[in-house]
Design a protein around this ligand. Structure first.
Ligand SMILES: Nc1nc2c(ncn2[C@@H]2O[C@@H]3COP(=O)(O)O[C@H]4[C@@H](O)[C@H](n5cnc6c(=O)[nH]c(N)nc65)O[C@@H]4COP(=O)(O)O[C@H]3[C@H]2O)c(=O)[nH]1
Length: 928
């Protein structure tokens, strides 16, 4: 038994083999001897206790191989007898591995504690509910709280309210995503109230039992945050400065790419403030121009030069956008630090907007050009009206050279007509009102005055005081003359210079108003020149115009100055006689006019005799209004015409009835063709030597359903006036051709049918086409048709009349001149027309036996026909005496009541079948 004081083991029965270190785990018994070498290295339990009590002692053994082995000695005393210990029984349990891991844990714990405590960053462990469980020193320093204070709080209490939500989200993400760690930047409210920014990294820590904690590591980033904020603020400041700058600023990197372009630069490039600035050196859609307007290649631009050459560059450049808008800038480029990689220089480019300046320069240049080249005279004075400068037109208009007027006042231009005072008043008025415009008379240097249109404008300085006067004027002599002429023409007839309708109407209204007020009387005379058309047509329009002028002149001498004469148009004149006491006065004036105008007019060497028809209407008896009086005077004039011309008629109510009747005739005539109310009669034309019927004149008859038989003298003039003569004349031509053809077919003797062609029909219709169609469709030989044209129509002297007549002649028809002797035939024209026959007007035939003048005319016409080798026929032969006269004068043909009046086609047919025995058909005719 070993001594109890000595911790030596005398023998030990149970030593597990693995404890010996010889054969580990083999279960082979080991040598006892070796165990004797075991010694206690450490034992926490006092020896005696260990010896006497049943104990479990952890102790360390030194292994034979030198290793230390930790064992748990589970021993119990062995009692041999009556309470005497016989020994100790022990079991060693090897706990070396456990001890090692405990030591490692302790080390790790110590290391963690060391790290935890000495970490440069604030570290804490929090329970999942956010309560602090452990905090390190740095954490306390950063938060300003002691460890104890923190352990009583949770992290939310020191987190800035605005960051709490983000912090919570971070935690949720950590737990839900099972990710290792997350970071945010947040603000911590320190104990002393100061806010600090920290970068928080948070990670989940799970214990073996599964309960969770999280560890927060915070790093103070306040300084960085402040720096960042300052940077941001500084950038914002720079941006505001850039955008507030009126100059465009562009920064390009060493490759020419734009990295900064302020709003002004965008504007100069014609871009919206928010638009993307073209990044490249050669932006698409832009071109650049030099000051002289020539194109500037990009490499020559200051920015490009500074970028390549590394030196400052500047130039005036026009930036032309795609839409043609051009911004003129002074571009200055400054190179920055050379880029070692590209070898080029980043550049800061400032663009000074010169557009307005250039425009102002342009405008100044333009103004100077306008000033110099203006056709209007310009004079600029100072506030005291001393002339500073004048332009070329001023010199041309006034004769004053710039040098001679400089320092003078505009008074040098004041005219005698205007007077200095008035001139001075104009300038004072301009000064007062800021502007003056009007007509003034000015004096030329060498004398002589002329009217100008003067505009004076005042130019004020910034303080509102008058700085200059600008006077612009132009010579309006011509304009005034034109205006006067226009004003005259607006109210007068250009041909006769008599008042025109407008002025006349005005004067008539005034005169009527006066009569209305004073109870006076007024006469309105409507004058129409008889046969003016004939004169016009035969002698030409120029002669007609001269006649009208001469008539106007005579009329002026027939009335008083207070009377108004007006040319109504054509050959119509109206005269207002205000204040006529009775009808006699107007009758006397009318007679005087007729007398004076009856005297021949000397026009182009011709003595022209003419006459007037005058209608008179009197206020208030014949109407109180101008329009009524005019209408009634016109009606009266028609009656004067119908009464044989060269006379005057007062208006009567009966005339109105007549006018109404005319209207009725016209209305009925419009329907006459449709209703087949028209028919033709034929009047025989007789060969005087044999009594044989050689032709017949087709004469229109109208048997109206409503009006009964209407004589041609009544309806033909109305048909002419209304234009109805055109369709009616067409019908006559066809009907005459049809009838003549029928006679031929019936085997009657061949006669010529004469058809009257009205002047209107001749002008309006294609008469050649119409006649050839009528001949072609009826089958009448052209030689059987004679067209009677009036003398006045043929004497129009128009080439186209000649052409038409020639074409008709070419068709093979015969042509005769009706009413020959009433117009103004020209012999040379007669020859050119190559007509076949002249018809002596019945007006001459009627009185030729008694009136030597008419006899002379008839004789002349017969002789003329003989000389021109034209047939001559006398119309309106009513008596044997007349026929004998005609025969004695050598007239070969005649027509008239003496032989036969116009008869129906049937009677005419019988007559020609019995011709040449005149007595036979004369009887026939009488019977008919
Ligand atoms: N006092 C008198 N008169 C005689 C005598 N012999 C014939 N007359 C008339 O004299 C007129 C001759 O025709 P006009 O001079 O061409 O005058 C014609 C002609 O200008 C026109 N006229 C008649 N028919 C037509 C026609 O179909 N077309 C055109 N455009 N005018 C026509 O109407 C006018 C009048 O025709 P009418 O009344 O048929 O009158 C006819 C005829 O009846 C006579 O011995 N003494």
């Amino acid at each position: 038994m070993p001594s109890l004081t000595s911790p030596r083991l005398a023998n030990t029965c149970w030593v597990s083999a693995w404890m010996t270190g010889d054969v580990r785990g083999s279960g082979v018994p080991v040598c006892i001897r070796k165990i004797a070498n075991w010694r206690w290295l450490s034992c926490a339990t006092p020896w005696r206790t260990r010896m006497l009590a049943k104990a479990s002692i952890a102790c360390c053994l030194l292994h034979a191989d030198g290793r230390e082995i930790h064992v748990r000695d589970l021993r119990s005393p062995m009692e041999r007898h009556q309470g005497h210990l016989s020994g100790l029984r022990g079991i060693f349990v090897d706990i070396t591995a456990r001890k090692a891991s405990e030591a490692a844990l302790e080390d790790s714990e110590a290391r963690f504690r060391g790290t935890f405590e000495q970490a440069a960053m604030g570290v804490c462990l929090c329970a999942v509910n956010g309560r602090y469980m452990r905090v390190n020193q740095r954490y306390c320093e950063l938060t300003g709280y002691s460890e104890v204070e923190l352990l009583l709080r949770d992290f939310r209490e020191i987190t800035h309210a605005d960051d709490l939500e983000a912090n919570e989200r971070l935690l949720d993400a950590l737990i839900l995503d099972n990710t290792e760690r997350h970071s945010i930047e947040k603000r911590i409210l320190r104990r002393d109230g100061e806010l600090i920014w920290v970068n928080l990294t948070i990670s989940l820590v799970r214990s073996r039992r599964g309960s969770g904690q999280f560890m927060e590591v915070i790093e103070d980033i306040t300084a960085r945050k402040h720096a960042e904020r300052e940077l941001r603020e500084s950038e914002a400041r720079m941006r505001s400065i850039l955008s507030a700058m009126r100059e465009g600023v562009i920064m390009r990197d060493a490759e020419g790419v734009v990295i900064i372009a302020n709003a002004a630069a965008r504007r100069l490039y014609g871009l919206a403030p928010e638009a993307v600035f073209p990044p490249l050196l050669e932006p698409e859609g832009y071109s650049f121009v030099r000051e002289d307007g020539s194109e500037c290649p990009v490499p020559e631009l200051p920015g490009a030069r500074a970028m390549v050459e590394g030196c400052s560059a500047a130039a005036v450049v026009g930036i032309v956008a795609e839409n043609g808008q051009c911004s003129w800038v002074m571009a200055r480029a400054e190179p920055l630090q050379r880029d070692t990689h590209t070898g080029l220089f980043p550049v800061v480019l400032t663009l000074n907007d010169l557009t307005a300046q250039r425009r102002a320069e342009e405008e100044l240049r333009l103004a100077a050009t306008v000033f110099d080249n203006s056709v209007e005279a310009i004079m600029i004075t100072d506030a005291g009206r001393q002339i500073l400068s004048v332009n070329k037109a001023f010199t041309v208009l006034t004769g004053h050279e710039p040098m001679s007027v400089s320092g003078q006042t505009p008074a040098i231009l004041s005219s005698v007509r205007q007077g200095l005072n008035q001139y001075d008043r104009i300038w004072r008025e301009a000064a007062m009102r800021g502007v003056w415009q009007g007509e003034v008379w000015q004096r030329r240097r060498e004398g002589g005055e002329f009217p100008v249109w003067l505009s004076i404008s005042v130019v004020r300085d910034r303080g509102g005081a008058i700085a200059n006067f600008v006077a612009v004027f132009s010579d309006i002599t011509e304009r005034k003359a034109n205006e006067a002429r226009i004003a005259f023409l607006a109210h007068h007839d250009p041909l006769t210079s008599l008042p025109n309708r407008t002025l006349f109407q005005d004067r008539l209204e005034q005169a009527l108003a006066r009569c209305e007020r004073n109870g006076g009387r007024l006469a309105l005379l409507f004058l129409d020149l008889d046969r003016f058309k004939t004169i016009n047509d035969s002698l030409g329009h120029l002669a007609g115009d001269r006649l009208l002028q001469a008539v106007a002149e005579r009329l002026r001498h027939c009335v008083r100055d207070t009377d108004t004469i007006c040319r109504q148009g054509g050959d119509e004149f109206i005269i207002v006689l205000p204040d006529v006491l009775d009808s006699e006065v107007s009758a006397r004036v009318a007679e005087k006019i007729l007398r004076r105008l009856a005297e021949p007019f000397e026009i182009d060497g011709n003595a022209l005799g003419t006459s007037f028809s005058i209608g008179i209407a009197v206020y208030p008896n014949d109407g109180r209004q101008a329009s009524v009086l005019m209408k009634n005077a016109d009606t009266a004039m028609y009656h004067a015409k119908e009464s044989g011309r060269n006379t005057y008629r007062f208006f009567t109510e009966a005339m109105n009835a007549n006018a109404l009747e005319r209207l009725q005739v016209e209305n009925q005539l419009r329907q006459a063709l449709e209703r087949s109310e028209l028919l033709l009669h034929f009047q025989p034309q007789v060969e005087l030597s044999s009594g044989r019927i050689v032709g017949g004149e087709a004469l229109l008859r109208w048997q109206s359903e409503v009006l009964g038989f209407v004589p041609p003298g009544r309806f033909i003039p109305i048909a002419e006036e209304s234009g109805l003569i055109v369709p009616i004349g067409r019908w006559v031509l066809w009907e005459a051709c049809r009838q003549a053809k029928r006679w031929l077919v019936e085997g009657q003797a061949r006669v010529t049918v004469a058809v009257n062609i009205s002047a209107l029909q001749f002008r309006r219709e294609d008469i050649v086409e119409l006649v050839s169609q009528a001949l072609a469709e009826t089958g009448l030989p052209p030689s059987c048709l004679e067209l009677e044209l009036t003398e006045s129509l043929l004497m129009e002297q128009a080439e186209d009349v000649l052409d038409t007549v020639q074409c008709l002649k070419n068709l093979g028809v015969r042509l005769s001149i009706d009413d020959f002797g009433t117009g103004y035939s020209s012999l040379s024209y007669l020859k050119r027309f190559a007509v076949d026959r002249l018809k002596i007007d019945q007006g001459f035939v009627r009185d030729m036996v008694e009136d030597p003048d008419d006899a002379a005319i008839v004789r002349s016409i017969i002789q003329l026909g003989r000389s021109l080798k034209l047939d001559v026929i006398a119309e309106g032969a009513e008596s044997r005496t007349q026929v004998d006269f005609l025969i004695s004068e050598g007239c070969r043909e005649a027509q008239g009541y003496y032989f036969c009046p116009p008869v129906t086609p049937e009677v005419f047919a019988q007559m020609i079948s019995s011709s040449p025995d005149p007595s036979e058909w004369q009887r026939e005719a009488r019977r008919a």
